[in-house]
Design a protein around this ligand. Structure first.
Ligand code: NAD
Length: 509
């Protein structure tokens, strides 16, 4: 492509994103783009300026009910039920192609709506979403049952076999930190196994999901197979969790709301899977390279403005290299360019909302009040310009001299705030790493393989990274121990979350 044609294609992508962002949006129910029943709307705000981008429908329980009826009708219709497994896979593959084709536009929508750097949106949010559909596209034709060699009473000759069937109508509720990819984590396995879905994006960041829903229609999924209802958690999310016509709820979000969802689901005992919060220990052994670890530890906490469930938010560095690692890490944190997500030079964007910024600032004040020492950050970055005066920006922040009595060490902050501690005794370290109600992930840096495996075995968490951090793959299970959740997404485990297994007994005697 010549530089002229690439410049004009960039500007047409930017125009497409702008056109999408500038128009009041509707939600998708039964294949139709509709307002909420009440006609009420919510503003979607640009976190880099604090100004509204556009509006989304403020749905409520009646809209959820409409969507559940549409999803049930689609689930029971031959147009979806009778799609052959290979053809279902082809639909998922087609959607992956469309996501790839519209990658720049989707990334720009995400950067505007969520605030994250467009480069991160492109590589992680959009890239992961396409990869997920690509991976799950292979499963419908391979998710086999089995024949079971049973030994029945009375010498009967029996053929016993199992089949996997979809659960039915799935309610999916997702957060704002990786808006589109969190939606796809649910959609891809749910659709691969033949379910229909009522999806609720977070009210702060619904726009990329609404654009994705247009692509789902374009890919050729029958009407009602995917429905998107926008609105607040207490209105739409709670209605999904409690709805008697929903067979399974898949939730990603905070542990606090996860509890509400689990409780609300007891009415019809719908299946529940939960991906919840984390406060992950990031462990550095004395033989690790301080420069490499400082880089990795900074990335593990400041990636996505620290709004990552797996953020390496508790750093434990062995006493012998503690000062070297911390000096390099603090220097690295100070070099991070904070700015609007749409600026290609930005490393870290604003936080998602005024509410989230206030919450994180509150933790920073609490850390200082409890005796932690602010080694860098803690305030608003300088030099952002007049246009961004009301944006939700925060400096990369590092606390040292912290301990397990402090809230900043015990609670999930969900912002760019690292707490660092020194350790000497390995048993004490493992005890501290596990001294948390969460169990989502952990990281270990060492060249000593025996120690790496010993620590990986001792940590109570769903994912352990050794000499790397924050890697995920559609084929590898992901989920939490303890209060970080129920169930595993990704890979074969996800198929099990979204299907029932039937055992069929045939008397051959
Ligand atoms: P949140 O729990 O406030 O909201 C998540 C979703 O739940 C949103 O769509 C929200 O509208 C909805 N909701 C709110 N109240 C509800 C209710 N009463 N009933 C039903 N739904 C309701 O979380 P958040 O602030 O959007 O996201 C941050 C949290 O998500 C963090 O705790 C983070 O660790 C977690 N998270 C976990 C994972 C994971 O895979 N484990 C991934 C991303 C984020």
């Amino acid at each position: 492509m010549s530089s002229n044609s690439s410049a004009s294609s960039n500007s047409s992508v930017a125009d497409a994103a702008r056109r999408f962002l500038n128009r009041p949006r509707r939600m998708l129910i039964g294949g139709k783009w509709v307002e909420s029943r009440t006609g009420e709307t919510l503003e979607s705000v640009d976190p880099a300026t604090g100004r509204p981008l556009t509006t989304i429908p403020r749905g409520d329980a009646a809209d959820v009910d409409r969507a559940v009826r549409a999803a049930r009708a689609a689930f029971e219709s031959a147009a979806w039920r009778d799609v052959a497994p290979l053809d279902r896979g082809r639909l998922l593959d087609r959607l992956a192609d469309l996501i790839d084709e519209h990658a720049e536009e989707l990334a720009l929508i995400e950067a505007n709506d969520n605030g994250k750097p467009v480069r991160v949106a492109r590589a992680v949010d959009v890239g992961t979403s396409a990869k997920l559909f690509r991976y799950f596209a292979g499963w419908p034709s391979k998710f086999e049952g089995s024949t079971v060699p049973v030994s029945p009473r009375g010498g009967l000759k029996i053929l016993n076999y199992t089949v996997h069937e979809p659960v039915g109508v799935v309610g999916a509720i997702v957060p704002w930190n990786f808006p589109m990819s969190m939606a796809c984590w649910k959609l891809a396995p749910a659709l691969a196994t033949g379910n229909t879905v009522v999806l609720k994006p977070a009210e702060e960041t619904s726009l990329s999901t609404l654009r994705l829903a247009e692509l789902i229609q374009e890919a050729g999924f029958p009407d009602g197979v995917v429905n998107v209802v926008t609105g607040t958690g207490p209105d739409v999310g709670a209605a999904i969790a409690a709805h008697p016509g929903i067979d399974k709820v898949a939730f990603t979000g905070s542990t606090e709301v996860g509890r509400l969802v689990a409780r609300a689901a007891t009415g019809n005992l719908k299946k529940v899977s939960l991906e919840l919060g984390g406060k992950s220990p990031h462990i550095v052994l004395p033989d690790a390279d301080p420069a490499q670890v400082a880089e990795a530890a900074a990335d593990a906490i400041f990636f996505n403005q620290g709004q990552t469930c797996t953020a390496g938010s508790r750093l434990y560095v062995h006493k012998r290299i503690h000062d070297d690692v911390m000096a390099a890490l603090i220097e690295r944190a100070r070099r991070i360019v904070v700015g609007p997500g749409t600026d290609p030079g930005t490393d870290m964007g604003p936080l998602v909302s005024a509410r989230q910024l206030a919450r994180v600032n509150d933790y920073i004040a609490s850390g200082q009040g409890e005796g932690g020492r602010l080694a860098t950050g803690g305030g608003r970055p300088d030099g952002l310009g007049e246009e961004h005066r009301d944006g939700y920006f925060l400096e990369p922040t590092v606390f040292v001299q912290t301990d397990h009595s402090m809230r900043v060490v015990r609670e999930e902050i969900f912002g760019p705030v690292l707490v660092a501690m020194e350790w000497e005794d390995i048993d004490d370290l493992v005890e501290k790493a596990n001294d948390t109600p969460y169990g989502l992930s952990a990281g270990v840096w060492t060249r000593d393989l025996t120690m790496a495996h010993r620590i990986a075995a001792a940590i109570r968490a769903g994912t352990v990274w050794v000499n790397c951090y924050n890697l995920t793959d559609p084929g590898s299970p992901f989920g939490g121990y303890k209060e970080s959740g129920w169930g595993r997404e990704m890979g074969r485990n996800a198929l099990e979350l979204y299907s029932e297994t039937k055992s069929v007994w045939v008397n051959l005697s």
